[in-house]
Structure formats: structure tokens, C-alpha cells
Write a protein that binds this ligand. Structure first.
Ligand code: G6P
Ligand code: ZN
Length: 544
């Protein structure tokens, strides 16, 4: 096994977005593309000799080839130890768990999250640091900077490793260990939740649930935890086998894409509880019978009831949400008298707050919730949290949701996405709106008068770093809000996201369809940004 120095040149566009570098598979498969980026990660880290890593992915097309190359690069760069999930699999939260449990220096997760996979689909690569969380803005910038200066990478000329058998391999000075991808994570879950109580619920004759793994990475995790450890009947987990193209589906847990789950929930024998996760297992969707639990409400309900879960019995240090997420959790935090932080979109912003012990729970409207047990959002954790609550309160999920609204009021929320817009056109619309912001206060749109408007800028309270330009916020005098931002996770054109929320206290008005409750705000957003006028779009591509 020889070590080789391969000459290369910078490849434009290796700039990580909201969550790592995401591109079409064809782009990643270009000569030197992946090697350049991985070497740039290592260059940003500094001397890699003697360091340790974990590597795994969501099993999508190109996962295995990419892994073999990353192992050669890690050996070329002198890492002492690299752990790899068997089969090349590791969910994003499980990778975070492994980094923390074994005190590794970091990890590489191969995933494009909820984006479709396959030869024509997307691929992605994310780097997490020693705390188990996504690389901070400064590390991300250093990786990108390294990618613009790269002139060689270091490779160990070793044969492919058998990824499907547990065991150790020696690549030059690097020990590669193939580990069980589920075991450490399952143990962590058992240490957080009341497994005997959840097992009793799942064993109850009248409680029927379904978990849709969407042919993505959580299948093996959900089968092991829900069916094997908690005794749910076989078949509780559907689409549980990870497939390279996710069975042709779109592994995004929402009402539009988790179609099989939605059909089962509404079948002749309706289920009490349904849940789904995304490609890499960090997102979740939770459904009660006949009801969809919005992720913003889910976070608020978790915060309000956290003390009922063994790991959070002593209460929460604080909570955080991304700026576009509704303010439902803020109301709970105020009542609990704990801090509530508002961060930009992207999980990386929660890490500092967790490391500093300032928050325990956090979440985003984009179907992500998590806690300080790892440094990633965690889909299956969220599902277990809900199951534990249902078991503990002896109430169906839908009742828990309704009682929460009765007590705190309801923050109606909806996000409208306009996808595949020409990037320039989307930038123009945002720029025009940004220019108008200072003049908006006092103006009325469809019955809502603007109180204030700004471009969200976040100052990290822990390290003082500043992230500007994080979304245009328009706050109205009646408490309603509209946020406009461009997605940082797409791979073709631009996606405009428009977030609408308003608060309702009247007990008689808590059960409306959000699209109806927010209709005037949706019209106001169209007028403000000229969505129909300037973008020529009559309706959004996706509504969540
Ligand atoms: C990923 C990130 C999240 C983020 C979401 C949407 O899932 O991990 O933190 O909220 O993408 O990001 P986007 O920039 O596309 O709105
Ligand atoms: Zn994901």
C-alpha cells in the first residue's frame, strides 16, 4: 500500500450551503471533484496525523464509491482511526452520537438529506466537528477557501474494503473499523426515554401506528428500536429497506411525499399515530389520527411537556428556534421562564448554544427537532418523544395538540415554496423587497398594517460571530408575520420560501385550516413580493 500525491486544480462552486455541499451525482462523479472537497476539509482541519473520524451516509446512489475514496484519502492524510457504519450507513443523528460517544475529532456524512437520489438525483457531503454538530460558519468558510487553493490531494493506494462485514482493516497507518450503525444510537435512545412505558403503549391492542422510513436510512434504526426493542408488531415500519434511489420516491417527510403513510392514516382502519423521517434520518413528521402536527407546534409541545420525559425531568436550560419557525415555543418559554433564542435557518447555529449549556431543546419549521443529546436534529428521537408523551399522558396525540392550543393559543403557520426559479430573477425579487423594507412601516396590505421590517441578522451570543442577510422579516401590528428567504439547500435554480404565521387566542377559532386562517397574509405576501406579478407563479410548488 503506497501513498500517492495526486496533482489537482481548484474546481469552482465547492461552497457548502445551509447543510453541506449538495450537487447532482454527475457533478460529484467528475474527476477529482469529491477528492478535492474532502482534501479541502482535511486541509481546513490542519494536521490530520493521529486524528479520528466517523464516516457513513444515507445509502443513496454513489454512497459506497464515495466512501471507498474517502477512506483512501483519510489514510493518505494519516488519520489514526476511522469508524464506518456497516453497509456504509449512518443516519445524521447517529453519526453525531458516535462522534460524541467515542470522542472522535469529527465525522463525514454523505447525504443530500430529503433530496431525491439515484444516478440523476442529488448527492451531498457534510462535515461535523468534535462536538458532533455541523461545521460552524467559520469552518465552512475555511473549507471553501481551501477548495479555491487546492493543488494536490493525498491518497493511499489501497484496495476496496468490505463495507458489509463488521471488523477492522489496516490502511497504511489508519485503522478502519466497520461498526454496527444502529447499536450506539439505540442505546442512547433507551437512556433518554421510558422504554418500558412506550413498549406497553405499542403492545396495547387498541394502539396502532405506522412509521414510514421512505426507503431511506432510518429503516434499520426504526425496525431495531420500534419493532425489536419496543415490541411493536412486525410491519409497523414500512419502506424500511434503504434503497439507492429511495424506491424512486422523494424522502421528505411531509404530507405531499409520505403518501403511503398518509393513505394508511386515512384508511378504513385508521391509525392512532403515524410518523416518517427523511433520507438521512434527521427530519420527522408526526401525525395523530386525522391531524397533522406542524413542526413548530411539535417543538412547543415538547418544550411544554419535557419534564415528563426521563432525560428532561429536571427541566430545560432554554430553547431555540430558527427565525422563520413560528413563535409557539416562545410562549411556552415565557411561561416556563426560560430563555428562548432565535437563530438563522440551519442546524449549525444551535451548536454553540448547546455546547454552552444555554439550551436543551430546539427546532425548525423544516421538520427538524432535537435536543442536546446529540448536535443534530433527530427524526426518530422526535417520534420516540411523542410516543413517550402519548404513553405518559394516556392521551392521543391529537388531544395533546388541541389541549396545547386551548392553553397557549395557536400560532397558525404555513410555508409556501416556489421552486426552480431562475436564480437571477429570485435575487432580483429579494433585492427589490430588501430595498423597500425601511419604507414599509405603517403601510397596510390586505388588512395587515406593517409594524416593522428588517433583514434578519444574528449575533451569536456565545462567540459573538455575526451572520447577516438571513431572511426578510415583516412584522405586522396584529402580531402576524411574513418571512421571505431563498433556500440554501437546492441544487437547481433558486427556491423562494415564504413563511406566514399569525396568532389566534379565541378558543372558537383554533381548528381552522391554516390556508384559510392565513389567507389574507398569503395575499399580503403576494402583493409585497410581486410573486404572481414578477415571478409569474400562480401558486406555490410545495405547501407545508
Ligand atoms: C436542512 C438543514 C436545516 C434547514 C433546512 C432548510 O434540513 O439541516 O437546518 O432548516 O435544510 O434549509 P433551506 O435553506 O433549504 O431553507
Ligand atoms: Zn435530513
Amino acid at each position: 500500500m503506497t501513498l500517492e500525491t495526486v496533482s489537482t486544480r481548484p474546481i469552482a462552486g465547492q461552497k457548502p450551503g445551509t447543510s453541506g455541499l449538495r450537487k447532482k451525482v454527475a457533478e460529484f462523479a467528475r474527476p477529482h471533484y469529491l477528492a478535492n472537497f474532502v482534501q479541502s476539509i482535511f486541509n481546513a482541519l490542519g494536521d490530520c496525523a493521529g486524528r479520528s473520524l466517523v464516516v457513513g451516509g444515507d445509502g443513496r446512489y454513489y454512497n459506497r464509491q464515495a466512501l471507498q475514496l474517502i477512506l483512501r484519502l483519510a489514510a493518505g492524510n494519516g488519520f489514526a482511526r476511522v469508524l464506518v457504519g456497516r453497509g456504509g450507513l449512518l443516519s445524521t443523528p447517529a453519526a453525531s452520537c458516535v462522534i460524541r460517544k467515542y470522542g472522535l475529532d469529527g465525522g463525514i456524512v454523505l447525504s443530500a438529506s430529503h433530496n431525491p437520489g439515484g444516478p440523476d438525483g442529488d448527492f451531498g457531503i457534510k462535515f461535523n466537528g468534535a462536538n458532533g454538530g455541523p461545521a460552524s460558519e467559520s469552518v465552512t468558510a475555511a473549507i471553501h477557501e481551501a477548495s479555491t487553493r487546492i493543488d494536490h490531494y493525498l491518497l493511499c493506494n489501497s484496495p476496496d474494503i468490505d463495507l458489509d462485514r463488521s471488523g477492522s482493516h489496516q490502511l497504511h497507518n489508519t485503522t478502519v473499523e466497520i461498526i454496527d450503525p444502529v447499536e450506539d444510537y439505540a442505546e442512547l435512545m433507551a437512556s433518554i426515554f421510558d422504554f418500558p412505558k412506550i413498549a406497553a403503549l405499542l403492545g396495547h391492542k387498541r394502539f396502532h401506528m405506522c412509521y414510514d422510513a421512505m426507503h431511506a436510512v432510518t429503516g434499520p434504526y426504526a425496525v431495531e428500536i420500534l419493532e425489536h426493542r419496543l415490541g411493536a408488531p412486525a410491519g409497523t415500519v414500512i419502506n424500511g429497506r434503504p434503497l439507492e434511489d429511495f424506491g424512486g420516491g422523494h424522502p421528505d417527510p411531509n404530507l405531499a411525499h409520505a403518501t403511503e403513510l398518509v393513505a394508511r392514516m386515512n384508511s378504513d382502519a385508521p391509525l392512532a399515530f403515524g410518523a416518517a423521517s427523511d433520507g438521512d434520518g434527521d427530519r420527522n413528521m408526526v401525525l395523530g389520527s386525522g391531524i397533522f402536527i406542524n413542526p413548530c407546534d411539535s417543538l412547543a409541545i415538547m418544550a411544554a411537556n419535557a419534564r415528563r420525559i426521563p432525560a428532561y425531568a429536571d427541566g430545560l436550560a432554554g430553547v431555540a428556534r430558527s427565525m422563520p419557525t413560528s413563535r409557539a415555543v416562545d410562549r411556552v418559554a415565557a411561561e416556563l421562564d426560560i430563555p428562548c433564542f432565535e437563530t438563522p435557518t440551519g442546524w449549525k447555529f444551535f451548536g454553540n448554544l448547546m455546547d454552552a449549556g444555554r439550551i436543551t431543546l430546539c427546532g425548525e419549521e423544516s421538520f427538524g427537532t432535537g435536543s442536546s443529546h446529540v448536535r443534530e436534529k433527530d427524526g426518530l428521537w422526535a417520534v420516540l418523544f411523542w410516543l413517550n408523551l402519548v404513553a405518559e399522558l394516556s392521551k392521543p396525540a391529537r388531544t395533546i395538540l388541541r389541549e396545547h392550543w386551548q392553553r397557549y393559543g395557536r400560532d397558525y403557520f404555513t410555508r409556501h415554496d416556489y421552486e426552480a426559479l431562475p436564480a437571477e430573477q429570485a435575487e432580483e425579487v429579494m433585492a427589490a423587497l430588501r430595498q423597500q423594507l425601511p419604507a414599509l412601516a405603517g403601510r397596510s396590505y390586505h388588512g395587515h398594517t406593517v409594524h416593522s421590517a428588517d433583514d434578519f441578522c444574528y449575533s451569536d451570543p456565545v462567540d459573538g460571530s455575526v451572520s447577516a442577510g438571513q431572511g426578510l422579516r415583516i412584522l405586522f401590528e396584529d402580531g402576524a408575520r411574513i418571512v421571505f428567504r431563498l433556500s440554501g439547500t437546492g441544487t437547481s435554480g433558486a427556491t423562494l420560501r415564504v413563511y406566514h404565521d399569525c396568532y389566534q387566542r379565541d378558543p372558537a377559532l383554533l381548528e381552522q385550516d391554516p390556508q384559510k386562517a392565513l389567507a389574507s397574509l398569503i395575499a399580503a405576501a403576494d402583493e409585497l413580493a410581486g410573486i404572481r406579478r414578477q415571478l409569474g407563479r400562480q401558486q406555490p410548488d410545495v405547501i407545508t
